[in-house]
Write a protein that binds this ligand. Structure first.
Ligand code: 7TS
Length: 408
């Protein structure tokens, strides 16, 4: 079940990069964005060199080729998450836009003042702010599933909140700070029992776990290509056909219409109804190549390897006096290790590690309310992906000891 790490690392040219002479990068920031394998870089390069044209508009060879590459990638993505049809996969710019699409289209058509939306305390800002905005505009109500001290969702409180008959439950499948993998199927099942729609923020889960939207019975599922070996600038929203069919368009313009008159329009069919204007075509091709790359390795193998390296990293980090880790034990989380180091600001930790080429992130990681919950402003965060090695974890640990020495 282990990965061929030597081969995998060769696929990612950036891992050879020296950030200063003689200092090779140790990239431990894949939660923010993953690195890209040559297979993805070359697919996009080939597209621009051989096939570039606008899609859905031409009968000429290049236009047909570009259209079939763009739609072919959609098929691959649909299969990757086990959607029942590629019509249920809408291209967006990223997870943030996918969630906003639901907030603008579905929610504005279906929610009125007083309607309850349940979120959680561990959400990324992109699954908080769209709902704050709707609250200000519509007077919807927001409630939050609390996070326990060990970084899990308090499902008992969730169950009691459900008695208030929410219209929507929207939650992250995996936390980008705590790494917690939430019991998505159960959360969705309980939401459905009260008649609520369930939206899942899959920004961190689709890259790292085998996600099956039908098995989960998710109504909407949002994710970004750039966190799963694909390019920036493209993401996806999965939605059940019945919901998407009933929703009004999001942005208006070319491609999303069937017919336009001076004073009216008729919207296109799915999935084009939600894709106004010339889309990110090369990026879609890269997205498809990323899905091919991950599938060829196997998501089960990737998840198993990440579990192994996370367990190792948490064990090693825990040994360091003054390090405090956030989130649950390795068996309940993905490859994220957020920590504080006593007496040193997280930004200083990250800055000193960077001198040795070690890339970790410091800050609130767009989860300010979660940090507030734990009574802190910021954490340092190391995160792992299929190309990360135990040797890199050792470099991180040595680096933290060095920081400790510098700060006495
Ligand atoms: N949801 C979660 C759980 C995330 O981790 C992120 C990005 C997003 C949504 C937004 O994704 P985007 O592609 O639309 O930006 N998380 C991070 C992070 O942890 N550090 O930088 C970005």
């Amino acid at each position: 079940m282990t990965l061929n790490l030597e081969q995998i690392r060769k696929d990612f040219p950036i891992l050879e990069r020296e950030t200063r002479p003689g200092v090779r990068v140790t990239y431990l920031d894949s939660t923010a964005t993953s690195q890209k394998p040559v297979q993805v870089i070359e697919a996009m390069n080939d597209y621009y060199r051989r096939s570039n044209a606008n899609i859905h508009r031409g009968v000429h060879t290049l236009a047909e080729e570009a259209t079939s590459m763009y739609e072919g990638a959609r098929e691959k993505i649909a299969k990757f998450i086990n959607a029942s049809s590629s019509r249920e996969v809408i291209y967006t710019r990223n997870t943030t836009e996918s969630i906003n699409l639901v907030a603008y289209s579905w929610a504005r058509a279906n929610l009125k003042a007083g309607d309850l939306v349940i979120l959680t305390e561990m959400e990324h800002h992109s699954n908080l702010v769209p709902w704050h905005m709707l609250q200000a505009e519509r007077g919807i109500e927001l409630e939050f599933i609390p996070v326990t001290d060990d970084g899990l969702l308090d499902l008992e409180t969730y169950k009691s909140l459900l008695s208030r008959r929410p219209k929507l439950v929207s939650f992250t499948h995996m936390s980008n700070v705590l790494g917690t993998i939430n019991p998505a199927a159960e959360i969705i099942r309980l939401a459905h029992e009260t008649g609520a729609v369930a939206l899942v923020d899959g920004a961190q889960s689709v890259p790292h776990l085998q996600v099956d939207v039908q098995a989960l019975d998710a109504d909407f599922y949002a994710f970004s290509a750039h966190k799963m070996c694909g390019p920036t600038g493209i993401g996806a929203l999965y939605g059940k056909t019945s919901l998407l069919e009933a929703m009004p368009p999001f942005l208006g313009g070319g491609d999303m219409i069937k017919e336009v008159k001076l004073r009216s329009f008729r919207a296109n069919t799915l999935p084009h109804k939600f894709e106004a204007g010339t889309p990110a075509i090369a990026e879609a091709v890269g997205f498809g190549a990323a899905v091919d790359y991950l599938s060829a390795i196997g998501m089960d193998k990737i998840a198993a390897y990440e579990h192994e390296i996370t367990e190792y990293a948490l064990d090693r980090l825990e040994e360091i006096p003054g390090v405090k880790l956030f989130g649950p034990s390795a068996d309940k989380k993905g490859g994220v290790a957020a920590f504080t180091l006593e007496g040193v600001h997280p930004h200083d930790v990250a800055q000193i590690l960077d001198r040795d080429g070690i890339a970790v992130r410091a800050g609130h990681h767009c989860a300010q309310p979660l940090h507030e919950k734990f009574g802190i402003q910021a954490t340092s965060r190391a995160s792992f992906y299929l190309y990360s090695t135990k040797g890199e974890v050792d470099l991180l640990v040595n680096g933290i000891y060095k920081v400790k020495e510098m700060f006495g």
